[in-house]
Design a protein around this ligand. Sequence first.
Ligand SMILES: *[C@@H]1O[C@H](CO)[C@@H](O)[C@H](O)[C@H]1NC(C)=O
Ligand SMILES: *[C@@H]1O[C@H](CO)[C@@H](O)[C@H](O)[C@H]1NC(C)=O
Ligand SMILES: *[C@@H]1O[C@H](CO)[C@@H](O)[C@H](O)[C@H]1NC(C)=O
Ligand SMILES: *[C@@H]1O[C@H](CO)[C@@H](O)[C@H](O)[C@H]1NC(C)=O
Ligand SMILES: *[C@@H]1O[C@H](CO)[C@@H](O)[C@H](O)[C@H]1NC(C)=O
Ligand SMILES: *[C@@H]1O[C@H](CO)[C@@H](O)[C@H](O)[C@H]1NC(C)=O
Length: 551
Amino acid sequence: MTDHKDLEAEIHPLKNDDRKSQDSPGNPAPKEPNPKPAAPAGLSRCRTVAFFLSLFAFLLAVFVVSFVIPCPDRLASGTTWSVSYNAAVAYDFLATSDINKDRIQDVLFLYKNSDGGSNVSLACAEEGFSSPCTFVAAASGANGTILWERPAAQNGALVECTGPQPRGGEAPAACILLGRPGPFIAVNLVTGETLWTHPNSFGGNTSILSPLLWVPDVDADGAPDLLVLTREEKQVNGYIYSGSTGQLVGPPGSLGVDGTSGAILHVTRTGAPYVLLPCESSLCGFSVKGLYEKATGRDSLLKTDPLWEDMLNATSHQLRLHSWGAVRYVMTIPGKAGEDLLLVTSEACMLLDGQDLAPRWTLGAAQIHRKPVLGHYKPDTLAVVIENGTGTDRQILLLDLSSGAILWSQALRGLPRDPQPASLPTADHRSAFFFWGLHEPAGANQTDPRAAPHSLYLFHPTLPGVLLELASISAHIVASRVVLLEPGRHAACILLTGPASPDVPGLVSVAKYKVQDLVPSSRVIHLVQGGPDSDQAVRNRFSRLRYRSEA
Ligand SMILES: *[C@@H]1O[C@H](CO)[C@@H](O)[C@H](O)[C@H]1NC(C)=O
Ligand SMILES: *[C@@H]1O[C@H](CO)[C@@H](O)[C@H](O)[C@H]1NC(C)=O
Ligand SMILES: *[C@@H]1O[C@H](CO)[C@@H](O)[C@H](O)[C@H]1NC(C)=O
Ligand SMILES: *[C@@H]1O[C@H](CO)[C@@H](O)[C@H](O)[C@H]1NC(C)=O
Ligand SMILES: *[C@@H]1O[C@H](CO)[C@@H](O)[C@H](O)[C@H]1NC(C)=O
Ligand SMILES: *[C@@H]1O[C@H](CO)[C@@H](O)[C@H](O)[C@H]1NC(C)=O
């Protein structure tokens, strides 16, 4: 009955409205057609028509926008895809960038093969390599279709794609590849075509230290430049290349120290750029201005910082730090007044002021073997993920970045060659954290680490007593990324798997998994006894997790 009335009301509202709109307010004779106020009636009819016309136009527009115009997000990187190569080798490189401008991030990776997987006529010899050689490939994030691929090096390469675009975006976005060994080339990110190429001039015993570092424009051609650090006979050498042409800027200079990979560019509060690298158990620093002037003999417009010049030992180039063992990693951290430095040594992890290097906090007694990862445990407050110990002794710690206080800690067995932890911002201004490892119930017999699959765990700070085991991968994982392929949409895990040794070619595969699809079949691990939520309630909460594009 009531349904009928509602239906009636829905069918007739326009009639009622129409009649009401004809009545002038306070007119007591609604049933009679009112001939007297002709002009107002015409006016209001006119208004009514205009109103309904505009309403119609509006609804039409809404209809067109929501249904007729195909929404680009609808081709949503919905499901899993994968690309495989037989008898190939994979290298630890995975990057994402929107290459085909469909607003879905695409995936870049390296593999070594005798020919390009999707294009047999793409021969190594065409680019001057012997077969097999290393290809760089771009796969569509939406469905895994190869957008372009090309030979780029003989045996692996260092790649830098995300660096600042030369000349304020006029020049095409590029990936710079430095073969190990191989030429120094820049390829157009959109087409894969060569922008420039130079044979590299390193000696036979030279190892190239990762990463390729973007430094401020030293040769004053308007584009940021590249610093390549190499190590030869226990000496680190610096090569500065023009970022726009790849030309060597002046002869290479010896830095006069021995060092390892992991150099960073740090800009002091006064705007002076310094290159920092772990060296001889300490941290060495070089002003970019000094490196350039030494290489070319010309003056540079870049600045140096008097305080830093004072803190740097002019002969050893070491920074005066409180001794906490050998420096393993250094990273820049966004701070309130500028960049601060997070330092991991063989004994501790510490946050240093980015200007005077005074320790803000120190976490001692920590055995950290991998670079920390940042995320948000509390809303809008940076936290740092560290792994203390290895193997069965590994503990994952989440530290408040401003105080060093431990926010969360959990023992989670690490397996050899587990990928790094990762984090992704969620809509509640915290982060979802992803850890690899193997959670075994206490007292269970330990599985052989060589046979154990790598499991991926999801953690969110709003459910601190729960880990969600999303997947178990038995293949050897060469690289992995957890990313949002589309702004504001679902998280995806990209995995590059391949042979464990580059000497034994095998199946190489790049696969994309949607995290949301893994949740329903995931295993819920209650870290505390008697948690309030059932497994299904936990899965439902993780299914509703919304991610946020990074600012
Ligand atoms: C294969 O590679 C060759 C040489 O680079 C190119 O001319 C051709 O267009 C490619 N074919 C396809 C289907 O990509
Ligand atoms: C894959 O997705 C791209 C858009 O990223 C589209 O242009 C292409 O047609 C798709 N290919 C297939 C085989 O669906
Ligand atoms: C590389 O190093 C080895 C031993 O350290 C030496 O015998 C060889 O001559 C070096 N090769 C080059 C090209 O410098
Ligand atoms: C600089 O380092 C050298 C070698 O490590 C050392 O002998 C010297 O005393 C240091 N100079 C200062 C001022 O600390
Ligand atoms: C790191 O692990 C070691 C040994 O497993 C332990 O003694 C130490 O207390 C741990 N450090 C922290 C900060 O938890
Ligand atoms: C653990 O392994 C031992 C011998 O390897 C076996 O005797 C024992 O039953 C196993 N325990 C469990 C819980 O599997």
